[in-house]
Write a protein that binds this ligand. Sequence first.
Ligand code: ADP
Ligand code: MG
Length: 340
Amino acid sequence: TESAVPSPIRVLPPHVARLIAAGEVVSRSLDVVRELVENALDAGATRIEIDVEGGGLRLVQVRDNGRGIAAESVALAPQRHATSKLEPDARSMDRVRTLGFRGEALWAAAQAGELRLVTRPATQVGACEVRAHGDDVQVARVSAPAGTTVRVQNLFAALPARLRTQAAPAAEVREITALVGRYVLHWPQLFWKLSVDGEARLSHAPADHRGAVASVYGPLSANRVLTVQAGGVRGVVSRPELTRARRDRMHFSVNGRPVQAPPELEKAVIEGFAELLPAGAAPLCVLDLTLNPEDQNPNVHPAKQVVALADLSGVAARVREAVAQALAAHPLARAAPALV
Ligand code: ADP
Ligand code: MG
């Protein structure tokens, strides 16, 4: 404003502060998919089914067969900073073994849309239903199979500016499909199913990393990968004849969490190929890194897709070595460029 008089500082009213904070956790439907899938993984599910309608704005639903939430805890689940994953001391944040720990996802989803959660531990007779929207939380007894189904509907319906700036449904669905694909690649031992507007988009039955590559990128790619397993690095890397101009199929997880790879790790994989890879070419890889919880920190951003590593160059060296070993063990891989 033009006035020379400074505006007074005021503390925002709680409902505005809440919406701002919730928007950092859930700013698009992709965020809801990621948070609900990570909750299912943390619950030890072996089967995860995801339904998306209207680009995820009308509906995101994730059904799992995990351990569920006990009746006495269920009303707390959509409360902010309520979690079963951290001990109540700050130090326990330094040794997180779960994907979640901030206790904000269900809360944020209930601020941004209408949350409905139905859950039953296998050891409990009846199921509980929780409906939450804004500050309103209602619990009811229902019957349901063991496990948890969480549904978020009408995302951002009460936030017109946020709604208007969402990506087109088709574009969001593409990114959601890629996101679920990354979970399939890093958690290939589970059943996965993604449906979009009622049609199956991606299905996967338990397999190894190669099988996951088949589910996500097709059997031709799956037939051209080598197993990597050394020094806390597990997964697959493509043979040199299967290369790409972009690094868009290089996937990394740290302790089960798919993460945006630091460029140093992508470079380490490429260096592991030495002269086998044409200049500028990138391989396909799916690599799961196992680190001490103390040596990695996912608490960089609410989405937790960036992970800070205590010893990036040491981890890069392990990756380079593991990839080099995988290639050395397969003489076919070395002969391959001559066949192309
Ligand atoms: P966080 O995952 O960080 O703990 P959330 O808001 O995502 O926070 O979930 C709150 C709590 O609700 C979790 O700590 C967990 O106890 C419970 N919960 C959420 N989703 C599930 C699920 N699919 N299965 C079992 N428990 C769940
Ligand atoms: Mg969570």
